[in-house]
Design a protein around this ligand. Structure first.
Ligand code: CUA
Length: 334
């Protein structure tokens, strides 16, 4: 490898790594719908202009260095004053004003377009931030869930956000920019997924110890599938169908679970923690951080603080039989 290569290649690594990260989950440039696409377009235009300005500035800098060295060998003279003034006026004032003004107008136009309501009868979803999970209501469909937002693919959906405690920020990079969840205030943004798919979202405002583990998923479904999901979620929990599930429900009622959780159709009706009426149908636990498997759930129930220190769920002290019955009951909540 030539010597310049050995010197410069390491400097390129960050750029190569950044390029390698251009696909995949939670990537604002891997767009899943028109809102994210507009934001990505703005980003690329800014990157392009920024790159042109950077290269032109560096070109001038090197030209200046080389020209100065050559000239100093000849006569140590300076640039003619008129020439120097033109360079400053055009390169330092006129061109930057045009570029900054263009970017300002362009970003305002994009910002306005993102806020415009595309329809008046869109599906509305209310999302409430909690330390450290997401409460999700479908006010017109009578559905309440948590940490998992189902939407129909191919249509715009209005998401209204607020918070029950501190400031959080709702962000699904593949679908839209972020929007802050502020106490006493409701903000809103539109999301629209072109195709069915799962998009990871993340709290984007530091909100406490488990801010980094405050995740969720947006699941875009074909409209018929979404209707089916809604119909299922509207149902209350079925009564326990066998003695094990009956014992599980008794454990649920007899332990700390009822102080925070709701299971519609039972006596558990506290709104403090996530609604568990259809817990078994969810894909993750702990606000999007672990797959919803019996092993993970058992660990979570016994010692949630070991998995997510600082979350508000207390540990439980259950016998093996009670734990198994509780797991079976929770997974019967489909
Ligand atoms: Cu919620 Cu950060």
């Amino acid at each position: 490898m030539p010597r310049w290569g050995a010197r410069w290649l390491p400097a390129l690594w960050p750029a190569l790594l950044a390029a390698a990260g251009c696909e995949g989950p939670q990537n604002a440039l891997d767009t899943g719908g028109p809102y994210a696409a507009r934001i990505a377009e703005l980003w690329w235009v800014m990157l392009f202009l920024g790159t042109v300005v950077f290269l032109a500035t560096m070109g001038l800098l090197f030209y200046g260095l080389i020209a100065a060295r050559r000239r100093s060998e000849r006569d140590a003279g300076e640039l003619p004053p008129a020439h120097a003034r033109r360079l400053v006026v055009w390169g330092g004032v006129v061109v930057p004003i045009f570029i900054v003004a263009f970017l300002l107008v362009y970003s305002v136009v994009v910002g306005r377009a993102l806020r415009e309501a595309p329809t008046t009868d869109a599906l509305v979803i209310d999302v409430i931030g909690h330390q450290f999970w997401w409460e999700v209501h479908y006010p017109h469909l009578d559905v309440i869930t948590a940490n998992e937002i189902h939407i129909p693919a191919g249509e715009p959906v209005l998401v209204r956000v607020t918070t029950a405690d501190v400031i959080h920020s709702f962000w699904v990079p593949n679908l839209h920019g972020k929007i802050d969840m502020i106490p006493g205030r409701t903000n809103s943004l539109w999301i629209h997924a072109d195709e069915p798919g799962t998009f990871r979202g993340q709290c984007a405002e530091f909100c406490g110890t488990q801010h980094a583990l405050m995740a969720f998923h947006v699941i875009a479904q074909a409209p018929e599938e979404f209707e089916e999901w809604v119909a299922g979620q509207r149902e209350p929990a079925p009564p326990p169908a066998d003695p094990v599930l009956q014992r599980g429900l008794e454990v649920f009622h007899g332990s700390a679970c009822v102080y925070c959780h709701t299971v519609r159709g039972t006596n558990a009706s506290s709104p403090l923690g996530p609604d568990l009426t259809h817990f078994g149908s969810r894909r993750t636990i702990g606000s999007g951080i672990l797959p919803n498997t019996p092993g993970n759930l058992a660990g979570w129930l016994i010692d949630p603080q070991a998995i997510k220190p600082g979350n508000k769920m207390p540990p439980t002290n259950l016998s093996g039989g009670d734990l198994q019955a509780l797991l079976a009951y929770l997974y019967s909540l489909q």
